[in-house]
Ligand binder design. Structure first.
Ligand code: PLP
Length: 464
């Protein structure tokens, strides 16, 4: 399998190059040259596999330049850190299914992709003896997941910037209690926007980027998407068997369009099986407006109780656009240039008809989110985190007789205890792993919101 940019076909990449490249030099995102379409026999055979074997079959199709044995080891290592033997169990709650994606080390679904990416990086670096320094900004989940993905790994150091005293206490603890020589928690005296700006500017410093092998770990990395395809298959096979149905719907709480794009790829690979994907947003509703009205225009970011979805410009959206435009790279490049200028895109009726074959969408208010957590708990005794609740609300809105509904649960409720307690009207015990963090020593460095300070720190501590 070769890969190419969504904005041009002049250059093709191997899977390994794709993993390290991030963005293509023309500013496009990297996509596989073809999406494999599975035969009936393959689907039948895959339906009997456990999670790890299924992951191996899927990765073999996309990571064709990595030996199967190595892939098998990477997969085994990545998912041995999960607390559940099924990795992503599917549980029936009331009349829908919850796909629990939060059994990884940081209780968030990002672990599924990042545990894999961390081990993949380590393997690929061990082949070349190269070293990388991962640099990122976080307001929550990604930082902790990324740190747990690379802690103690050879050839990799990680520098995570977060706003000092402005991330939730549990999220801060998850990062700062990892004390390893290759992990650098940097608390910036400023806002999340300051952190992001510093990271962006450091990446623009090309000599710095090159000499330190600065690497991003954000959700545009295709290896992250790849790892997320697996659980769509896994849940589809389970639920279609239980319900004796050939088609299911998935409800996906969406921010950067990474998770749901993996669902789109799974849908294409299966042919028939995923009837539609339900795209759920919070009040930051640009993607819901796109699906419902063909209106993709940027608004102000509204801070909500599902903060991992407080996003206006969805970084993976361009990948879907490329497929919507029939893999026309020129049209995609043109549209993205227009978007850059006008901060909006509009679509034709025909475009909208194709979009609606793949997606249903709804934006969910914070009020509705709290209500959903409360009702779901009182009815079923099951606690939803606020992100999952957004997905459940949208899922229930479009629930149809005869089509099983699978709602992706992207975080454990204990990651957002204040919101969940408020909704259900009482406190609840946290898992012992999270409780234990409170007594662990913490390590972090406080720096000013100043690019020179961060650069100096980086130069002093980076692997070379
Ligand atoms: C990142 C995240 C999301 C959004 O996923 P995208 O791939 O950005 O759409 C949803 N819920 C939680 C808890 C997250 O951390």
């Amino acid at each position: 399998m070769r890969y190419q940019s969504t904005r041009g076909v002049d250059h093709s990449y191997t899977f390994t190059e794709t993993v390290f490249e991030g963005l293509a030099p023309d500013g496009g995102l990297i996509v596989p040259e073809t999406i494999p379409r599975l035969s009936g026999e393959t689907i039948e055979a895959w339906s009997k596999l456990d999670y790890l074997s299924l992951a191996l079959e899927i990765f073999k199709l996309f990571a064709t330049d990595i030996p199967t044995e190595a892939l098998r080891d990477i997969i085994k290592k990545s998912y041995s850190s999960f607390r559940h033997e099924e990795i992503t169990p599917v549980v029936k709650v009331g009349d829908l299914y919850i796909l629990e994606l939060f059994h990884g080390p940081t209780f968030a679904f990002k672990d599924i992709a990042l545990q894999f990416l961390g081990n993949l990086f380590e393997y690929l670096l061990s082949k070349t003896g190269k070293k990388i320094n991962i640099l990122g900004a976080t307001s929550g989940d990604t930082g902790a997941s990324a740190i747990y993905a690379v802690r103690g790994k050879q050839g990799i150091a990680i520098f995570i910037l977060y706003p000092h005293q402005r991330v939730s206490p549990i999220q801060a603890l998850m990062m700062t209690t990892v004390i390893e020589p290759n992990v650098h928690n940097i608390a910036i005296e400023g806002s999340f926007d300051d952190c992001q700006k510093i990271v962006k500017d450091l990446f623009m410093d090309l000599p710095l980027k090159r000499s330190y092998g600065l690497t991003a770990i954000n959700s545009i990395n295709f290896a992250r998407i790849l790892a997320q395809i697996v659980y769509y298959f896994y849940a589809y096979f389970k639920v279609s068997k239980i319900e004796s149905k050939r088609e299911v719907r998935f409800a996906v709480p969406t921010g950067n369009f990474g998770d749901i794009f993996a669902g789109y790829l799974a849908k294409r690979m299966l042919g028939r099986g995923i009837e539609r994907l339900i795209l759920a947003t919070n009040e930051n509703d640009i993607l819901a407006r796109f699906v419902n009205y063909g209106d993709y225009s940027v608004g102000q970011v509204i801070p909500t109780i599902s903060p991992a979805m407080d996003i206006q410009v969805a970084s993976n959206f361009e990948r879907y656009l490329y497929y919507l435009f029939g893999e026309d790279t020129e049209k995609t490049a043109l549209a993205m240039r227009e978007f850059q200028e006008k901060k909006r895109l509009s679509f034709t009726k025909e475009d909208l008809i194709s979009v609606k074959k793949d997606f249903l969408a709804r934006s969910v208010t914070q009020e509705e989110t709290l209500e959903t957590i409360r009702d779901f708990y009182h009815k079923n005794g099951y606690m939803l985190d606020p992100h999952t609740a957004v997905g459940v609300k949208a899922g229930l809105t479009f629930k149809e007789e005869g089509i099983p509904l699978i709602c992706l649960s992207t975080a454990h409720p204990a990651k957002f205890p204040e919101t969940v307690s408020k909704a259900i009207g009482k406190d609840f015990p946290l898992p012992p792993e999270i409780e234990a963090l409170k007594n662990k020593p913490q390590g972090f460095h406080i720096l000013k919101a100043n690019i020179e300070e961060v650069k100096t720190y980086l130069q002093k501590n980076a692997l070379t």
